[in-house]
Design a protein around this ligand. Structure first.
Ligand SMILES: Nc1ncnc2c1ncn2[C@@H]1O[C@H](COP(=O)(O)OP(=O)(O)OP(=O)(O)O)[C@@H](O)[C@H]1O
Ligand SMILES: [Mg+2]
Ligand SMILES: [Zn+2]
Length: 316
């Protein structure tokens, strides 16, 4: 698992900002209190010097060390109590000048007890949804709301879709970069994009870098780079840990598209990075449109193909 590097850097920056805002707000509250409460600044200066005082006590040699340290501690405790009383008298809680962090566990650092905090994981996932290209669907087209009741009209259809759902759920839950690729074949409105969104969410939640694009959009990005010299960042299609290429076959066909597709599929197979391809084309149509070299790869053991059946859900 390796988070998208740009996302990781951006989220870490956000965390640093949150942390420093919390700290400067606390500083502001403290500065305001110093003006209001006599003697508070002095107490704080003494408290800040505690660590130095303990060090000083330690330097005084072994004899009486424990007593000296205990004395510093007692003095510190007294100062704390005094501070608390002063604050209470002025109507403030004891922790009024502490920074208020969004996450109490990691104090907005993103790490606690040597591990990544759940809040940082969550922030990375949310950003991952956004940059995946399928963020709009991720919240609404999920495994949970993929209904098998829709297929109640035909037990064979329902059984097939139940199996597809189970396979894709397991796939998402067990995803690693050594997972096989997937080929979802089936007519329009049968839930291919819906389940792609469900898989994307789960895989992002597990910390992987996911990218979704439609074939039309992906190939035109390649064309813009190749023929118009535009920067479209097509490298990411090769390097992302999980690529979802939706609607294969809806793009304008050309030798350029075929060679791009070959390059993409072959490179990802060689570097062992899985992808999910969805298409309305039948295996015969895939072979006819893209040729043997691509077809044999899509139907090889590196790809698991699932056939989607049923009635167009958009017409329900
Ligand atoms: N079993 C299902 N349960 C709930 N909603 C479904 C189901 N199947 C499809 N849908 C919904 O129907 C609509 C069409 O499904 P989807 O977009 O996934 O089809 P598709 O197979 O990708 O079609 P196309 O090939 O045209 O892209 C979506 O809004 C989707 O959420
Ligand atoms: Mg679709
Ligand atoms: Zn946290």
């Amino acid at each position: 698992m390796s988070f998208n590097h740009e996302n990781y850097a951006a989220v870490r920056r956000e965390f640093e900002q949150k942390r420093s805002i919390a700290q400067s707000r606390a500083d502001e509250r403290r500065a305001a209190l110093y003006l209001q409460i006599d003697g508070l600044a002095e107490i704080d200066r003494s408290l800040e010097a505690t660590a130095a005082k303990i060090m000083g006590a330690a330097f005084g040699g072994k004899a009486g060390l424990d007593e000296r340290i205990a004395a510093v501690r007692a003095e510190t405790e007294q100062l704390r109590k005094k501070r608390e009383k002063l604050l209470a008298a002025a109507g403030y809680p004891a922790d009024y000048t502490d920074p208020v962090y969004e996450c109490k566990i990691c104090r907005d650092s993103g790490f606690a007890n040597g591990r990544m905090c759940a809040c940082l994981r969550r922030a990375l996932a949310l950003r991952g949804y956004k940059t995946s290209g399928i963020g709009r669907l991720i919240g609404v087209q999920t495994f949970e709301n993929f209904s098998l009741d829709r297929y109640a009209y035909d037990k064979t259809v329902q059984a097939r879709m139940r199996e597809n759902l189970q396979i894709l759920r397991d796939y998402a839950q067990n995803f690693t970069t050594s997972s096989p690729s997937l080929l979802l074949i089936g007519g329009t409105g049968l839930g291919k994009t819906h389940l792609s969104s469900a898989i994307a969410k789960e895989v992002i939640d597990r910390g992987y870098d996911v990218l979704y694009d439609t074939a039309g959009h992906l190939f035109s990005a390649f064309e813009d780079e190749k023929f118009r010299g535009e920067k479209r960042g097509t490298d990411k299609y090769f390097s992302t840990e999980f690529l979802i290429l939706d609607d294969l076959g809806t793009e304008m066909n050309s030798p350029f598209v075929t060679s791009c597709l070959y390059d993409l599929v072959n490179s990802r197979l060689l570097s062992g990075l899985p992808m999910l391809i969805s298409t309305n084309l039948s295996p015969e149509e895939l072979a006819a449109r893209y040729g043997k070299r691509i077809f044999s790869r899509l139907l090889s053991s590196s790809f698991r193909s699932l056939v989607f059946v049923g009635k167009d859900a958009r017409l329900d």
